[in-house]
Each structure stands twice: as structure tokens, then as C-alpha cells.
Write a protein that binds this ligand. Structure first.
Ligand code: UVW
Length: 319
């Protein structure tokens, strides 16, 4: 980023709200603090018939998973299998049991995942004012562990922007705002209450999986785009966690300034809103469209990666 870009980002965020210190100088979970036991009960109270939806995308697929440019897909290797017993590499356990073991390696930010609040920063400062140097060699502040210890549990609201706009999937670089979220909620007959976990469907992850979109040069995904009003709205609504079916939860470039991933700065770094990305929302969305119920109990927790910048998750939504 050039010095001018950095100045532009500072200017954009100069009057935007910031929640540093709000939950104490040591806080590492930010807006998850809004998910009090009452919010967990509010989420539970939305459950009517107990239908469950898992929101994780598969990883380690032989053809390669979609990942943000600069990353590579998870790799999955068999370490022990029947062939290894047949060729004498492995021997049955006393009693005769044999086993299959495997090894999975990949980016913490590949597949459905939560970002640690310190995953992105600027001006050498992470969430809550922690120094960027605390990322060196592993996240000693604002890593994924405190979020994983806490869990993300509450009332979830699905906002199906793609369906609301009458299309299966949003276009490359197509944007929407908090006004669109409110209009979508109204059309769906669901209320976005303060402290609701927002799940926004664009259709993008489904389109990537189906090969209708791909990650390549000039990658530019659809999504929310920065405005001061939008950041103020997220703050006023006390949104604890933003879940989307895109790789990075926001349109890749701010259409006005060309800056990249501005909401990672405005919502994650400054407000402490936890980002959960690459959720599979198509099946849930079809169900919500069928029964016109767009709220439910949302429950997720990332993997406890020691000093990690993020962690895989397979959230469960219960209606
Ligand atoms: C990027 O870092 C680009 O996205 P994510 O928030 O998935 O980690």
C-alpha cells in the first residue's frame, strides 16, 4: 500500500466508531462480548422444530478448494489405510484392530473459518490497540484462541441478498449496503435485532463450488462496501459476528477509493466484530425461503489453534 492509500484509509476511518478499551485493555474477543447468556437464550428461543443446518464447506477436495488469491487449498493425505496393512507398513494392534489415519494441512483462512481479531491491521496496531509486533512468530494477542474459548452462540438472522435481488448469485464486484440489509430483512419478514449474528448470502461460495465463478487474476468478489453510515449501523446494532458466503466478507475493493478490504479495518480491527467467512448458506437459504423463517439458533466455534490467526469452523444453524 502506498503512503497515499494509507492516508486515504486513515481519512475514511477518522470519524468512524471504534470500540478499543470498551471491554477493557486486555480484551481479545471484541463484539462477542455482546453475546451474553441472555442472547444465547434468545437464540435458543427461536428454535421451533429442531431442523439443523451445518454451514461449513468441504475442504481437501481433490480438484482443489476455492481460496483467496495468495493462498492454496488444504491438502489431505492418508497416513494409514488398508493398503498400508496389506503391504506390511502397518501392523494390526494386539487383538487385530486396524485403522485409517490421515493428515490435513492448509491455511487457517481456507475453508469456512473465523478470523482472529488481530488477523488484519494497519498503522502497526491491531484490535484494541495491541501492537502489530505481537503477531511475530504467532499471535500473542488477539489470536483465535480467546474466540475459540468463548464460542459464538446466539440468535442468527439470514439475509438472502441474492434472492432479494432476484438472482441466484450476485455479480462479480456487486455491492450492497446496510440499507439493503434492512430492506432485505423487511422483505423476508424478519427483524434484525440488536446483537443478532448476521448471515449474509450472496450465492458466491455456491457458484465457486459449481465452477460458475473462479478465483484468479483480478479477483473481485461481491459484498458489503464501506460507508461511515454502515460502520455506525453495525456499531449501533451491536453486531457480534458477521458471517457470509464469500471468501473475505466484503467486496474486495472499495469502489470509490480502490482500497482493499476496508471493512476488515473498520469492522474487525476497530469494532471487534468477528468475521466468519466462506459459509455454505445455500441449503439454509432454500429452507428459509420455503418456510419464510429467517431466524434461528446459531452456534459455532473455531478450532483452538495455538497462537493462530484464524480457525476452521463448521457452524450449526438450528430452526
Ligand atoms: C483475507 O485475509 C483476504 O481474507 P480473510 O479475512 O479470509 O482472512
Amino acid at each position: 500500500m502506498s503512503a497515499t492509500d494509507a492516508m486515504t484509509l486513515r481519512r475514511l476511518l477518522a470519524n468512524a466508531p471504534k470500540r478499543w478499551g470498551h471491554w477493557g485493555a486486555d480484551d481479545e474477543i471484541g463484539a462477542l462480548n455482546y453475546l451474553t447468556p441472555d442472547e444465547v437464550k434468545r437464540g435458543l428461543a427461536t428454535v421451533r422444530d429442531g431442523r439443523t443446518f451445518t454451514l461449513g464447506v468441504p475442504i481437501g477436495s481433490p480438484e482443489g478448494d476455492a481460496v483467496f488469491p495468495g493462498r492454496w487449498p488444504a491438502k489431505h493425505f492418508m497416513v494409514a489405510d488398508k493398503a498400508g496393512f496389506e503391504n506390511g507398513h502397518w501392523h494390526p494392534l494386539p487383538g487385530g484392530l486396524e485403522f485409517a489415519d490421515d493428515y490435513v494441512t492448509g491455511f487457517a483462512q481456507a475453508g469456512t473459518h473465523c478470523d482472529a481479531l488481530g488477523h488484519m491491521w494497519f498503522d502497526d496496531t491491531l484490535w484494541n490497540g495491541f501492537p502489530a509486533s505481537s503477531t511475530n512468530g504467532g499471535m500473542t494477542t488477539a489470536g483465535i484462541m480467546p474466540i475459540a474459548e468463548r464460542g459464538i452462540v446466539g440468535r442468527g438472522v439470514l439475509l438472502d441478498i441474492a434472492r432479494f435481488r432476484g438472482k441466484p448469485v450476485l455479480d462479480r464486484a456487486e455491492t450492497f449496503s446496510h440499507h439493503d440489509l434492512m430492506d432485505c430483512a423487511r422483505a423476508q419478514g424478519v427483524e434484525i435485532l440488536p446483537r443478532s449474528i448476521l448471515l449474509i448470502r450472496t450465492g458466491w461460495v455456491g457458484a465457486l463450488a459449481a465452477g460458475q465463478q473462479s478465483v484468479g487474476n483480478n479477483y473481485w468478489e461481491p459484498g458489503l462496501t464501506f460507508s461511515l453510515d454502515l460502520v455506525r449501523w453495525f456499531d449501533a446494532m451491536q453486531v457480534p459476528c458477521l458471517v457470509t458466503d464469500t471468501l473475505a466478507n466484503e467486496t474486495t475493493y472499495d469502489p470509490e477509493t480502490g482500497l482493499m478490504l476496508v471493512l476488515h479495518a473498520a469492522l474487525m480491527r476497530n469494532l471487534g466484530i468477528v468475521f466468519t467467512e466462506m459459509a455454505a448458506l445455500d441449503r439454509l437459504a432454500a429452507d428459509c425461503a420455503a418456510d419464510r423463517r429467517y431466524e434461528g439458533f446459531y452456534c459455532a466455534s473455531p478450532t483452538k489453534v495455538s497462537k493462530g490467526t484464524g480457525g476452521s469452523t463448521n457452524p450449526v444453524f438450528i430452526k
